[in-house]
Design a protein around this ligand. Sequence first.
Ligand code: AHR
Length: 501
Amino acid sequence: MQKAKMIVDKEYKIADIDDRVYGSFIEHLGRAVYGGIYEPNHPKADEQGFRKDVLGLVEQLNVPIVRYPGGNMVSAYNWEDGVGPKEDRPRRLELAWRTIETNQVGTNEFVDWAKKAGSEVMMAVNLGTRGIDAARNFIEYCNHPSGSYWSDLRRKHGYEQPHNIKTWCLGNEMDGPWQVGQKTAYEYGRLAKETAKAMRLVDPTIELVSCGSSNSTMPTFPEWEAETLDHTYEEVDYISLHQYFGNKDQDSQNYLANGIELDRFISTVISISDYIKAKKRSQKTMMLSFDEWNVWYHSTDHDKQLDSWTIAPPQLEDHYNFEDALLVGSILITFLKHADRVKMACMAQLVNVIAPIMTDNMGAAWKQTIYYPYMHASVFGRGTSLQPVVSSPKFDTKDFTDVEYLDSAVVYNEEHEEVTIFALNRHISEALAVDINVSGFEEYQIAEHVVLEHDDLKAVNTAQNQAVAPHSNGKSSLKGGFVEAMLSKASWNVIRLKRVK
Ligand code: AHR
């Protein structure tokens, strides 16, 4: 058995956590919208056609913000196609995913859905095939109260009050050759800056996200960040990061160490942002929006067999296993470690498409393995992120060295007098005994030790069988200011302390 130690102290503050770090993403892609959140003929559909069973699962996740409508799809999207009477909306070739887009769901319906889900909307504008003009009209349609062409059109469409969408993405992955309307860093930087200016003239209260690289392996990373921020720095509030992971080599110990790569990526983007801040003598600190992240690789081969130009095909339907859930836990821990700079993050995506929630058309809605760590972090990870002092045995893998078996983040919720320790044991064959010094938290007791574990790293959930699901029988005890916790091999743990007096 391995042994590790931790010190948790309320004075070791990283930052207050922005709840929006537990955001998600719905793109017009595959069955995310049609057959996912929206299926008018489903027995559980509400009066607008939204599936109430799906809404129920989203509510349990307590998702604070949902990015929409893309993704790659937004780079050739005409937002006007998705508003007004449904029967007049055009069917279009959707070029990013080569499907037919019926436009039966658009901006107004999605805003309604997000309200029902208890989420804010993070809206994206098309900077692939379009630009300043479409973006300024779109924000006028969404956020201007009345008395102008586009705001009055919204009212005519039945939405008297403005949507007041606060957060806007200036395009999506504009460095990617797969993007319709890909840009060089110079082209994007200039366009994003001028679009931001125009959008802020319509509504000065918005927050804007500038596109960072599509992932850390792009040949233009991190020069893309430096050059684009040189243009956009004073006009935007966030730079975006996207990253997906996979275990193609079937090397699980290596796979579970990917939090190290993520940490490096975040630290590099922080450094580049701060370099531009210094270069510009700016007072502003750029924050990070990690608005696409997840595991994505199980469905890649399957998707090559799909026919083009169909409606809502089953694209990107990864069936996640237990080790994927562990990595998702590690990703969330990494965001909490960077709570001072990562202010928004979106698990990509939410329903059916590389998603924690799956549906059968006309059938059930159910939870994938990755649903659980995401839910635990979102529900229990609100408050202040504390820096635990960790001393853990380490391992080396093909891609990483000196990786600690214990991966952990701690959240202190002063208002509710709760401390939550998220702890991953990355060791795939041995348990880890952890001594946690919590002596500064007098009068606290262990409320619960939730564990996600399974003997088979490849175990999956289905509509019929929740093989991978958490239990609350974790082994922890608190004596003399120390929590003694036993973390099973390859396990995700949520140890919750609560003040008792
Ligand atoms: O989330 C799936 C796709 O991944 C998104 O459309 C795109 O932005 C990214 O490449």
